[in-house]
Design a protein around this ligand. Structure first.
Ligand code: DGL
Length: 267
């Protein structure tokens, strides 16, 4: 039994998909969510820069907010920094890459899995490495989708423009005949309708959010770090960007639990 909160972070709103799944699955847990909207997007930045941002935020979550676990709810940050954070922090650290990939590999029937993500994530080769360590025989067809994150951060999730961009960027995965598409960026579930329209309803879309929440729950149980309380947990939201925008758009994306937003800057 450990009453400390769980820390969750992303470059912006994307990690809210993971936070939503955690609130639903482990409602008694307190959560501190950091959206680094002051420095988003992470996708086009170098691995070194993203690694440094992730270190600052994760260290702040442990040092200032006293979290008992860190969830890197951002593929780009997990690809760049997960191993380092695990080495540096003395709390469990979980990313979104392995949980999402495992779910996609369970879903595929024809062993052709599409993976879409930011330029940083796809360029890092993190999904291929994860597939090798899972000894998967599935073929991964990876495609970067620059621009998707910016649409989500503007709250523009089903416009004609995002549809046109999706048609172009998703062509490699549709042409490869994948039957499963892993949304390898935590922002992308907000574009699920557009993505599904483009790739076809028969392609199964997999988001890492639910799988990551299940894994958080399993870690809490294994380590005895869970909070056993009949009361609902408290949820704090912190942003390095404009907090009014974060509250307005974040509430639309996550739901009513996102009530107040605190400002914090790491730069
Ligand atoms: N949500 C993040 C991810 O999962 C990236 C967004 C960004 O480019 O900042 O990759």
């Amino acid at each position: 039994m450990d009453d400390r909160p769980i820390g969750v972070f992303d470059s912006g709103f994307g990690g809210l998909t993971v936070a939503r799944a955690m609130i639903d699955l482990i409602p008694a847990e307190d959560i501190v969510y950091v959206g680094d909207t002051g420095r988003y997007p992470y996708g086009p930045r170098s691995q070194e820069e993203v690694r440094e941002f992730a270190r600052q935020i994760a260290a702040g979550l442990v040092g200032e907010y006293g979290v008992k676990m860190v969830v890197v709810a951002c593929n780009t940050a997990a690809a760049a920094a997960l191993e380092l954070l695990r080495f540096e922090l003395d709390v469990p650290v979980l990313g979104v890459i392995d949980p999402g990939l495992r779910a996609a590999l369970r879903a595929t029937r024809n062993q052709r899995v599409g993976v879409i993500g930011t330029v940083g994530t796809i360029g890092s080769g993190a999904y291929q490495r994860a597939a090798r360590s899972l000894r998967s025989r599935a073929e991964l067809v990876c495609a970067a989708c620059p621009g998707f994150v910016e649409f989500v951060e503007r709250g523009e999730t089903d416009s004609e423009q995002v549809h046109v961009l999706a048609e172009r960027l998703l062509h490699p995965v549709t042409a490869a005949g994948v039957d499963t598409l892993l949304l390898g960026c935590t922002h992308y579930p907000f574009l699920a309708r557009t993505i599904s329209d483009v790739v076809g309803r028969e392609v199964v879309l997999v988001s890492s959010a639910d799988e990551t929440a299940f894994e958080v729950k399993a870690i809490l149980e294994e380590t005895g770090l869970g909070r056993r309380s009949p009361a609902k947990g408290a949820h704090r939201f912190v942003s390095s960007g404009d907090i009014d925008t974060f509250r307005r758009l974040g509430r639309r994306l996550l739901g009513p639990e996102l009530d107040q937003v605190e400002a914090h800057s790491w730069s």
